[in-house]
Every structure is written in C-alpha cells, then in structure tokens.
Design a protein around this ligand. Structure first.
Ligand code: ADP
Ligand code: ZN
Length: 211
C-alpha cells in the first residue's frame, strides 16, 4: 500500500510514520529527512537546499520530484511506502501521479496553536533522526538520544520566524492538496490534536492493521 502523509509542520506525520513502519513493513520516506541528511553530509544537494530550508521556504519542485522519483525506484519501495512531506504542492502531486500509484492520503488535522506547541518543544536526534518533545517524549537528562546515544538538537527551521513562514507556506501551497486528493476519493482525515497514541489507533483502523 502506498501512503501519503499530508499535514502542517509539527502535526506528527514523522512520529506516526516511524511507529507505523514497524507493523506495515514498508519504508518511511521523508523528503525533509533526506534533505537534512544531505545538509549534514555537506553534499551538493545539501549545500543547495540549506538556506531555503532554514528560512522555512520550499525547495523547488524539480529538485524535490527528481529526488522522490529516484527514491521510489529503489527495491525496498516496491511493496509500498509512506511518503512523509511529499507532495507539498499541486505540481509535485501531478508529477507523482506520473510515476507512482497513490492508495491513501492521510490528512493530519491540527490547529496553528497545536502546531506551535509541538514545534516549540521539538528536539531531533542527529544520529537516528528520532523526533523528541521536551514534554511528551523527552530525550535523556544529559540531552542525548535514548535510542542511539546521538546528540539531540533544535532544528534551525523550528526557530520562531521559520515556523511562522512554514505555516504560511503550508496554508498557501500545501493545503490545496487536501481538496485535490479528496476529489479523487483518496483522502482520510486523522485528528492530530490528541497526540500520538490516538493517531496511531485511528491509523490502524483505516489501514486494517489489528492490535
Ligand atoms: P515539517 O513537516 O516538520 O515541516 P519536513 O522535515 O517535512 O518538516 O521538511 C523540512 C523542510 O524541508 C521544509 O520546510 C522544506 O523546506 C523542505 N521540504 C521537505 N519536503 C519538501 C517538499 N516536498 N517540497 C519542497 N520542500 C520540501
Ligand atoms: Zn538517536
């Protein structure tokens, strides 16, 4: 099954995807995580996108689509995938339709206030990419990752000006995808405000995964 996770920054897409891969046995493909890895490695892609991402803007469609097309061609994505953070514009969705089938689009519904609370407390592991939250899922006391011992940091784009910008960009460029996929009969809404456990149980219901 091919899933798309759609929703504002901080809605919990990445956190839910990380939990879902363990029972769906399909890869979690996050364009944001791929870009952050490229930035960390100082690769040509990383150098090209760093300033754009730090400012909370979108990387251009051509670069992003090429990256996703290549990633979806890998052997591990043939039995299904969770695409987290892509597509983020109508042209990206149209491009995706040209090289992959989409089965279900999960729309993460949350208010701007909810987003600000989540992102304000978000911390990310440099080692394994795990998303922590200072209140809901804190890292170890020494500030290291409880899963891999990696350094836990605050994303540059989680600082306040960039967060405002990302919310604006989401409402203007990404939210139109809700209507786009609803018309195609592919959209499933999840209330993202109550937290990860309730989202996980809603998601299991609509994927038909038991337990
Ligand atoms: P979040 O969902 O928390 O905003 P992501 O990790 O999905 O964060 O993305 C971080 C940043 O990476 C985005 O703000 C944007 O700059 C860039 N990015 C990720 N996915 C895309 C995409 N599909 N198109 C353009 N830019 C993207
Ligand atoms: Zn870690």
């Amino acid at each position: 099954m091919n899933f798309i996770f759609l929703g504002p920054p901080g809605a919990g897409k990445g956190t839910l995807a990380a939990r879902a891969v363990s029972f769906l046995k399909i890869p979690h493909i996050s364009t944001g995580a791929i870009f952050r890895a490229a930035i960390g490695a100082r690769s040509p892609l990383g150098l090209k996108v760093k300033a754009i991402i730090d400012a909370g803007k979108l990387v251009d469609d051509e670069t992003t689509v090429a990256l996703v097309q290549e990633r979806l061609a890998a052997p591990d994505a043939q039995a299904g995938y969770i695409l987290d953070g892509f597509p983020r514009t109508i042209p990206q969705a149209e491009a995706l339709a040209g090289f992959s089938r989409v089965d279900k689009v999960i729309n993460f519904d949350i208010s701007d206030a909810g987003v600000l609370e989540r992102l304000g407390g978000r911390r990310v592991c440099r080692g394994c990419g795990h998303n922590f939250h200072v209140t809901f899922d804190p890292p170890a006391q020494d500030g290291l990752c409880v899963h891999c011992g990696g350094e836990v940091y605050i994303r540059d784009d989680d600082k306040s000006e960039a967060v405002q910008k990302r919310l604006e960009v989401y409402r203007a460029q990404t939210a139109p995808l809700i209507g786009y996929y609803r018309e195609k009969g592919l959209l499933y809404d999840i209330d993202a405000s109550p937290g990860i456990e309730s989202m996980l149980s809603d998601f299991k219901k609509l994927t038909g995964s038991g337990c």
